[in-house]
Design a protein around this ligand. Structure first.
Ligand code: HEC
Ligand code: HEC
Length: 491
């Protein structure tokens, strides 16, 4: 939260509601200079920002300030990110080890164009659920047995289902059955805006069909997540922990209705409890660990961080364990490959902003500040310094996130309890590049499970700590709302 800065900058003014018969509403009008763009505002990723064309490849360029050697390694990392893995044993040698259970055969398959994934467009047999995964979580009201606790789940620290593991894999090596299939239905959820327009949100309803080993354990819940966009991750990784912690207000001492909690997770390399930043629930402390977790549970490939050759198969899945053979070593993906993939993921550049100085965009920016979006979507940081990573060091960046967990209300909740975050808690996602979603990914699905069909719906889904900002948004005039959306489109 940027509450000190925000309160200093904001003044309260009254304005009348556009809708007839509604009570007077308070619109917070920022007093800052919103008449022109701020210095360096367009360079959302600092000197690492890509100035290349805003086309379908806009998310795939390396940090602009990367050294020549860094660029070469980026290319090698990209090749690993795109590599189609095959099951072992294979004549290709170094590209084998896929599965036995997996969700996709390459990183790129879910992180298409390094952009965002989307929910399936239909149900089996015409689904394409591949850019979405179903994490399996244990409900805290059904505490896991000590045995389950000891086994842990392959992905992060969630415990998952004793048979199906921490994630549902919908593909399997020949001779093995996929674990199950996601089935998606919708219920309408109408929301009226102050100007009379009614928006009908789609509440997703998830179920798993064709379960290979019978029903899941009682209390196991589904946590569907689409692949997030991959840009600017190295810069987020370099935001100083102290700056993130400074924004947290877990007990809401300032009484603004917005708390914000730091996610604490286990760093697998050191065994220490550290700050979590990556994933929709900030369950992963680093790009390296997130990438290794992806190799383990999305592709079924072991690394030194996640050494189980059988990936997410549990001891109860005997055929799967047998198929994996090999045991724990050597890692199917070696440390150097993991380093190169992580380097690639760190250096996908944030594109330069468009239309920063446009009058409508600037009016929309004033609304974004005025109705409290910045309480979580914190506009800017200066990154820390690391001599090993000069391209990410000491950069003024504009991610529009506080990297904290917020209670976003029951409608967005997944009913789960990751060790780091509760069902209603989600990490504020960065908004940089969000205006290029259609250009890069060919769709405009937003939020952790892609339920929102455009930016307007994404804002209307905000609840919990985000409810007052949503209400202020709902009360905007059509012109103010259009301005705000124009600002988001310029990011
Ligand atoms: C089956 C689809 C799928 C595949 C394959 C996949 N990912 Fe992901 N990726 C996701 C999803 C879903 C998330 C969000 C995870 C979460 O919220 O826990 C994610 C998150 C990430 C993040 C964190 C992004 C952020 O904004 O926090 C990184 C980094 C990442 N993946 C790297 C990789 C790498 C490297 C590979 C290949 C080894 C890979 N992914 C393969 C679906 C996939
Ligand atoms: C209390 C903190 C909070 C406030 C206030 C808030 N947001 Fe968010 N925002 C979030 C979180 C957390 C998510 C992710 C929720 C999810 O995926 O289920 C999110 C998601 C979004 C997304 C979708 C991002 C994506 O990558 O899919 C947009 C767009 C957005 N917010 C815009 C806004 C706007 C505009 C406002 C002001 C009206 C606002 N937010 C206020 C926390 C907040």
């Amino acid at each position: 939260m940027v509450r000190r800065a925000a309160t200093a900058m904001l003044a309260l003014a009254m304005a009348s509601s556009a809708a007839a018969g509604e009570r007077e509403r308070a619109v917070v009008v920022p007093t800052g200079d919103f008449g022109r763009a701020e210095p360096y505002e367009a360079m959302a990723g600092g000197a690492a920002t890509s100035r290349k064309k805003a086309d379908a490849d806009a998310f795939s360029h390396p940090s602009a300030n990367l050294s020549l050697e860094g660029e070469l390694e980026f290319k090698v990392g990209n090749a690993l990110f795109r590599r189609l893995w095959v099951g072992a044993p294979a004549s290709t040698g170094s590209a084998d080890g896929l599965g036995p259970l997996y969700n996709a055969r390459s990183c790129q398959r879910c992180h298409l164009k390094d952009g965002r994934g989307h929910p399936p467009r239909g149900n089996w047999p015409d689904d394409d659920a591949v850019s979405m995964v179903l994490r399996l979580m244990t409900d805290p009201t059904h505490p896991p047995t000590n045995e389950a606790r000891a086994q842990g789940a392959v992905r992060h620290q969630t415990l998952g289902d004793p048979v199906y593991g921490g994630q549902l894999q919908d593909f399997a090596a020949p001779g093995l059955e996929p674990e199950g299939r996601l089935h998606l239905a919708h219920a309408p959820r109408p929301v009226a805006l102050a100007d009379g327009e009614v928006v009908t949100l789609q509440q997703p309803l998830y179920r798993v069909d064709a379960l290979a080993h019978g029903p899941m354990a009682p209390g196991v819940t589904l946590s569907p997540r689409v692949a997030p966009p991959m840009i600017g991750l190295g810069l987020l990784e370099m935001i100083a922990e102290a700056d993130i912690v400074a924004g947290a207000d877990p007990d809401d001492r300032d009484g603004d209705g917005i708390s914000g909690r730091v996610s604490r997770v286990v760093d697998r390399a050191s065994g220490q409890v550290v700050l979590g930043r990556f994933g929709w629930k900030a369950e992963s402390p680093s790009i390296r660990q997130q990438s290794a977790a992806a190799f383990a549970s999305d592709l079924g490939l072991s690394t030194t961080l996640f050494p189980a050759a059988a990936g997410d198969c549990t001891p109860a899945q005997e055929a799967c364990i047998d198929a994996a053979g090999a045991g724990e070593s050597p890692a199917e993906v070696d440390d150097e490959s993991l380093r190169l993939v992580s380097h690639y993921a760190r250096n996908l550049a944030v594109p330069v902003r468009r239309m920063v100085a446009d009058a409508r965009v600037l009016r929309g920016k004033a609304v974004f500040y005025g109705i409290g979006c910045v309480a979580c979507h914190r506009p800017k940081f200066v990154t820390a310094v690391d001599s090993e990573r000069p391209e990410h060091s000491h950069q003024l960046v504009w991610p529009y996130t506080d990297l904290l967990l917020h209670d976003m209300g029951e409608a967005l909740a997944d009913g789960a309890s990751a060790v780091g975050a509760a069902g209603r808690e989600w990490r504020t996602p960065p908004l940089w590049g969000i205006g290029l979603t259609a250009t890069v990914s060919g769709h405009t699905r937003f939020l952790h499970d892609g339920r929102a069909r455009d930016l307007l719906e994404a804002v209307l889904w905000h609840g919990g700590e985000g409810a007052s900002a949503r209400e202020a948004f709902r009360a905007l005039s059509s012109a103010e709302r259009r301005d705000l959306l124009a600002f988001l489109e310029s990011l």
